[in-house]
Design a protein around this ligand. Structure first.
Ligand SMILES: *[C@@H]1O[C@H](CO)[C@@H](O)[C@H](O)[C@H]1NC(C)=O
Ligand SMILES: *[C@@H]1O[C@H](CO)[C@@H](O)[C@H](O)[C@H]1NC(C)=O
Ligand SMILES: *[C@@H]1O[C@H](CO)[C@@H](O)[C@H](O)[C@H]1NC(C)=O
Ligand SMILES: *[C@@H]1O[C@H](CO)[C@@H](O)[C@H](O)[C@H]1NC(C)=O
Ligand SMILES: *[C@@H]1O[C@H](CO)[C@@H](O)[C@H](O)[C@H]1NC(C)=O
Ligand SMILES: *[C@@H]1O[C@H](CO)[C@@H](O)[C@H](O)[C@H]1NC(C)=O
Ligand SMILES: *[C@@H]1O[C@H](CO)[C@@H](O)[C@H](O)[C@H]1NC(C)=O
Ligand SMILES: CC(=O)N[C@H]1CO[C@H](CO)[C@@H](O)[C@@H]1O
Length: 698
């Protein structure tokens, strides 16, 4: 070999790669960390990017081997000899027994397809042990498992194997310390790098082990006479390493390796350039932190989340239920079912906003569609009575009532469940543009239906039921466009739930009988409201329209004025066209006026109204000048004054009670100058007087 080539190899050695030199017939090489090109890897052996050679994978029953690619040509002219020095590390896997071990191997072949892992160390197999010593194999083992069947001394031994996993010589890993002059144990599976020297010359094989920072011991651990020329017929031999795991697992690393066929030519290892041995990331306490702590933390988190969800749901679906409600159990809906039925009260199911709450459409499984009204209230006061009423209302059955199905109670909220009415409320069709143009006959059917329902409420049920808030927006239309009275009793609820001072009179302005404030609700106040409602349906306008000219502003007055001018039909809804029966329209208007008589006693009962409407009873004799007819007294509730003066329940009848049958314009304003400061305010006198001025023609 030329000196230039030698220099080249020196340079490579200097860069801690590979030095492979042959001097005469000797072979030497050194690896300070490993490169791929000179080694052939087998099994699970891998070369890590750091230059670390990992032999067996960190899982069970793995084996890995690494041999020099080209076989060493041992000189046949002189006895076989070699020297090697390598550094390895066996890093135990946390929590698992460390095993099985690493071997330095000399073999005429690199075909180890029959080899087995575990105690066979990835080079032997079951049949190579015992008498059948077919394989030609020499190995030095660093074994971290005690295999009693192989006569092994302990789980931390070094052995010499010739054709057999049963060592010809073995000893617990240790070295003779120069300084202390005593044997020091070497823990093979400490994870620390361990130096191994194997020297063979003549027929003597010496093996030494020591930690990395210790010089080669003067006395070898094992010294054994072996004739390797008998073991190997061939002089072309592969040298390398093997490692295996079984159910015990270690990471088996090789950090550096120097080999020479001549003891003198063996090159030193440079430990400063060795790759670092990776430590399993979790040590000692951390595995517990992971194995026990992590699942515990996860479990706590899961429980916390579940608890959070539970309480959230519990709060979301929370209801108020009291002992007295038990008897109404069957009428009670769970909030959750209503929440689900209305898809969380989604805006897509929004039906409308009534006087007392918001209405949503809902779908319960196996049931007709429902309407859910959410009524907020600020007190539990009167709730018991109201719920009792609601439940009793459930027993009300009439084809012109919206069937009430039940209720649900939450804190500050009451939910009323009724059947869903597909065609909405009447006021939408009377006043809103996209509504239906209800013909006169349809309207008459609706009026007759509502009259009959109200008659039923007043007389048909076990006890008198007042609606308290009759108006077009509380009249629903079913699929056949029948009128269905809904929301009965709501006003009463409002009265209970709210501030007594502001709710002394409840209902809707324009439909409230004047005596309502002082006398409270009664069947006759319902009749009054129904009268207004009849006029509303016949005229197609609201009872009070502040935007209109003064003469038309108050519906009752306007209808009466038209009658006075003998053109009652002028007040009718212009949308009727020609398709109406004039007598019927007049009849409805007159009944409306009759019902809105300012004198409660003068109003008909609902029974009479039904009879009148069906023309089973002639109307009483009355004119637009009859006492109390056509006198609209808009009621304005002044809450502040109410609180102080709402003591006298006695209503001094307004001047309408004056005996004059002819309702003279000059004195029909007087009634409300009553001295008990009833919170009833009339429109100013000049409006009244102007209204009563006769206008010419129709
Ligand atoms: C064991 O290995 C030897 C040689 O490597 C082979 O001849 C033999 O068949 C193997 N036995 C088994 C059981 O694999
Ligand atoms: C060897 O070291 C490993 C890892 O530090 C340890 O688990 C084991 O107990 C040690 N063995 C002995 C015999 O000290
Ligand atoms: C082996 O060790 C003995 C001392 O125990 C020594 O005399 C001999 O030279 C050594 N042989 C080799 C090859 O290192
Ligand atoms: C070793 O074995 C070889 C071949 O069997 C033989 O030629 C040689 O003499 C032996 N050497 C010794 C020292 O026994
Ligand atoms: C209200 O009128 C009744 C008779 O209608 C009478 O007994 C009662 O004392 C009156 N109350 C007041 C406060 O005027
Ligand atoms: C009512 O007044 C009208 C005209 O204003 C009059 O024709 C009629 O006779 C009066 N009726 C009564 C009962 O006073
Ligand atoms: C109302 O009462 C006051 C005294 O409180 C009295 O001066 C006034 O004349 C009374 N008005 C009427 C209409 O009774
Ligand atoms: C006139 C009108 O719109 N009628 C409807 C009332 O509701 C039913 C059921 O939804 C519909 O089929 C009708 O068309």
């Amino acid at each position: 070999m030329s000196s230039g080539l030698l220099l080249f190899f020196w340079l490579i050695s200097f860069f801690h790669l590979i030095s492979l030199s042959t001097s005469s017939k000797d072979t030497s090489f050194v690896f300070n960390g490993f490169g791929k090109d000179k080694l052939s890897l087998d099994g699970s052996a891998t070369l890590l990017p750091s230059g670390l050679l990992q032999l067996a994978k960190d899982s069970q029953h793995q084996m890995g081997r690494a041999f020099i690619k080209k076989p060493i040509e041992f000189s046949s002219s002189k006895p076989l000899s070699f020297s090697t020095h390598f550094v390895c590390a066996l890093v135990p896997k946390p929590g698992i027994e460390s095993g099985h071990g690493i071997t330095f191997v000399i073999s005429p072949t690199v075909d180890f397809t029959r080899a087995q892992p575990g105690r066979y160390l990835g080079i032997f197999n079951a049949s190579t042990s015992g008498s059948n010593k077919a394989s030609r194999l020499f190995a030095v083992e660093l074994d971290t498992i005690k295999n009693p069947e192989f006569d092994e001394t302990n789980n931390n031994h070094v052995g010499i194997d010739v054709n057999d996993p049963i060592s010809v010589e073995s000893a617990p890993a240790s070295y003779l310390s120069k300084t202390d002059q005593k044997n020091v144990n070497v823990n093979l599976s400490s994870g620390e790098p361990i130096q191994v020297w194997v020297d063979y010359e003549g027929t003597l094989l010496n093996v030494s082990v020591a930690p990395l920072d210790v010089k080669k011991p003067s006395q070898p651990l094992l010294s054994r006479a072996i004739n390797l020329s008998e073991v190997f017929q061939s002089r072309r031999l592969f040298v390398g390493f093997a490692a295996a795991t079984g159910s015990a697992i270690s990471y088996h690393y090789l950090l550096g390796w120097s080999f020479s066929t001549s003891r003198e030519l063996l090159q030193p290892l440079d430990s400063s350039t060795f790759p670092r041995v990776p430590r399993p990331r979790v040590k000692h306490k951390k595995p517990y932190a992971l194995i026990i702590g992590l699942p515990t933390a996860l479990a706590i988190m899961v429980i916390a989340v579940l608890a959070g969800v539970y309480y959230h749901r519990k709060k979301k679906y929370a209801e108020v239920s009291e002992a007295w409600e038990k008897e109404y159990g069957t009428h009670r809906f769970s909030y959750k079912s209503l929440y689900i039925a209305t898809k969380g009260f989604h805006k897509d199911g929004f039906l409308g906003r009534g006087g007392f709450g918001v209405v949503f459409r809902g779908d319960l499984p196996e049931s007709k569609p429902i309407a859910v009204k959410r009524v907020s209230h600020n007190g539990e006061e009167g709730m018991k009575q109201f719920v009792a009423e609601v439940v009793s209302m459930r027993s009300l059955k009439h084809r012109n009532l919206v069937p009430l199905l039940g209720y649900c109670r939450r804190k500050g909220e009451l939910l009323l469940v009724s059947e869903y009415m597909p065609n909405g409320s009447l006021d939408q069709h009377l006043f809103d543009d996209p509504g239906l143009d209800l013909s006169w006959s349809q309207r008459l059917v609706i009026l007759k239906g509502i009259a009959s329902a109200l008659f039923y409420l007043h007389t048909g049920a076990e006890q008198v039921v007042l609606h308290r808030d009759i108006k077009a927006s509380n009249v629903m239309l079913d699929a056949e466009l029948n009128g269905r009275l809904g929301d009965f009793g709501m006003a009463r609820f409002h009265e209970h739930g709210g501030n007594a001072a502001t709710t002394a009179a409840v209902g809707t302005v324009g439909y409230m009988a004047p005596e309502l404030i002082t006398m409270g609700a009664s069947t006759v106040t319902d009749v009054y409201a129904f009268g207004v409602f009849m006029l509303e349906v016949a005229c197609g306008r609201k009872p009070v329209e502040p935007g209109m000219e003064v003469e038309k502003r108050f519906l009752i007055k306007w209808v009466c004025e038209c009658w006075k001018k003998d053109c009652l039909l002028d007040a009718r809804d212009s949308r009727f066209g020609a398709e109406f029966v004039p007598e019927e329209v007049e009849l409805v208007m007159k009944i409306g006026l009759l019902c809105t008589n300012i004198v409660p006693e003068s109003r008909p009962t609902m029974e009479q109204v039904v009879l009148y409407l069906n023309e089973n009873l002639p109307l009483p004799d009355f004119s637009p000048y009859t006492l109390g007819i056509g006198s609209f007294t808009p009621v304005v509730v002044d809450a502040a004054s109410l609180t102080g003066t709402y003591t006298s329940r006695n209503w001094s009848a307004p001047s309408a009670s004056s005996s004059s049958a002819n309702h003279s314009k000059d004195h029909h304003e007087q009634p409300l100058e009553s001295n008990n400061s009833l919170n009833v305010v009339t429109e100013s006198q000049d409006i009244e007087s102007r209204l009563s001025k006769p206008t010419s023609g129709c």
